[in-house]
Design a protein around this ligand. Structure first.
Ligand SMILES: Nc1nc2c(ncn2[C@@H]2O[C@H](COP(=O)(O)OP(=O)(O)OP(=O)(O)O)[C@@H](O)[C@H]2O)c(=O)[nH]1
Length: 357
């Protein structure tokens, strides 16, 4: 799937760069443009992709310090400038736009949903949010901000692909090592998902294309991605169990949002050397995903790649009613109260209410 990426805020910029680099290094060419937008000049200076500094008249290049309402306002005032910077690429090359942000800060948390809204007003194509949830040990302001941002992002985006900052962190990692590991994991998994719709080698009818990704995400709400791989035999017949077990690992132990297996729809992509892929294994794995997610809308397809491993990439969509999301929203609501934020008791459950914008 050909996408244009727009990262908002510090995390948004770093993850966008990681994704653009992965796509470039692998030669996939699914990422057709990448821009980082921030109200903090210093965060943009560390990046190699194109950048736009916003809100200079208000915060003088110093960021919004976790004030996501200010982040939303600044984005509203700067949206035209941001879109002008990307317009050519969006109109001629993209099948979707992905706005990337950490939901717990200020510039990304407030700015990303606002930018999504502006993009939706102008373009016909789907506009997705790739949102990063704060880890469990991050402070109350991050949790409260992320709650409001997530709720707004769900309303404005065609789908919010969520990554929980606790999902792919290694135990014993420092914060910086943790971010590097998580950002690399996001780049690899989401990068492969986007590229799977662009597969060029060994085209066949079972190969995934972009429309399957878009149709899976049509359930709206929240989506997540998981990935696992294993060594494969040269004989396809011997890989039936490998395919089912990597699929199980991807969905049960490696999702970007853990403990959220119930889904309205899903896509299972099996990547590997076409000679090693067992059709029986792929179909068995797809049926297993149907059982596990409780969805009858599980699409499946191959991603031909020259590798002696087989990998499963699982995209689940419509998972907002999961325990993990309910738990997080509860925590965000409590955090909002203890931050003294003006929060209606139903703010996170009532669809009418949202005071972020
Ligand atoms: N995965 C990941 N998360 C990050 C990274 N940097 C920051 N975060 C998370 O993002 C949230 C903070 O958002 P930032 O992007 O730093 O903030 P910002 O949008 O730049 O907003 P302000 O600094 O308030 O202007 C926290 O939950 C952090 O844990 C990163 O490189 N990777």
């Amino acid at each position: 799937m050909k996408v244009v990426l727009i990262g908002v805020g510090q995390a948004g910029g770093k993850v966008t760069q990681a994704l653009a680099e992965f796509d470039y290094d692998m030669g996939f060419n699914a990422v057709r443009g990448a821009l980082a937008v921030n109200s903090a000049r210093a965060d943009l200076q560390n990046l190699d992709i194109d950048t736009t500094l916003i809100g200079q008249d208000r915060v003088k290049g110093h960021g919004v310090g976790g004030d996501n309402e200010l982040g939303a306002q600044i984005m509203q005032e700067s949206a035209t400038e941001v879109l002008d910077n990307m317009d050519g690429r969006i109109t001629t090359e993209a099948e979707a736009v992905v706005v990337v942000a950490g939901l717990g800060g200020g510039t990304g948390s407030g700015g990303a949903p606002m930018l999504v809204r502006e993009l939706q007003r102008i373009y016909e194509m789907p506009v997705y949010t790739l949102g990063i949830l704060p880890g469990d040990d991050e402070g109350g302001l991050y949790q409260a901000n992320a709650g409001r941002s997530l709720k707004t992002a769900i309303r404005e985006s065609d789908s919010v692909l969520l990554v929980d900052n606790d999902a792919w962190r290694g135990s014993g990692d420092s914060v910086a090592e943790g971010y590097k590991r998580i950002n690399d994991a996001i780049a690899q998994r989401i990068g492969l998902l986007l590229a799977s719709g662009e597969a060029v080698e060994g085209v066949g009818e079972s190969v995934v294309d972009s429309s399957e990704i878009i149709n899976t995400l049509r359930s709206g709400g929240i989506s997540a991605v998981g990935y696992a791989s294993a060594e494969a035999s040269e004989d396809a017949e011997e890989n039936v169990n490998t395919i089912t077990s990597v699929t199980r690992n991807a969905l049960l132990t490696s999702m970007s949002l853990p403990n959220a297996t119930d889904a309205e729809s899903a896509l299972l992509v099996i990547a590997g050397d076409p000679e090693r892929l067992s059709r029986k294994g792929v179909e068995r794995a797809r049926r297993w995903v149907e059982d596990e997610t409780g969805s009858m809308r599980v699409r499946g397809g191959d991603f031909p790649l020259g590798s002696d491993k087989i990998a499963a990439l699982v995209l689940t969509s419509g998972i907002e009613r999961s325990d993990r999301v309910n738990e997080f929203m509860e925590k965000a609501k409590l955090a909002a109260k203890s931050q003294g934020q003006d929060s209606d008791p139903d703010e996170f459950t009532n669809d009418d209410l949202d005071n972020l914008m």
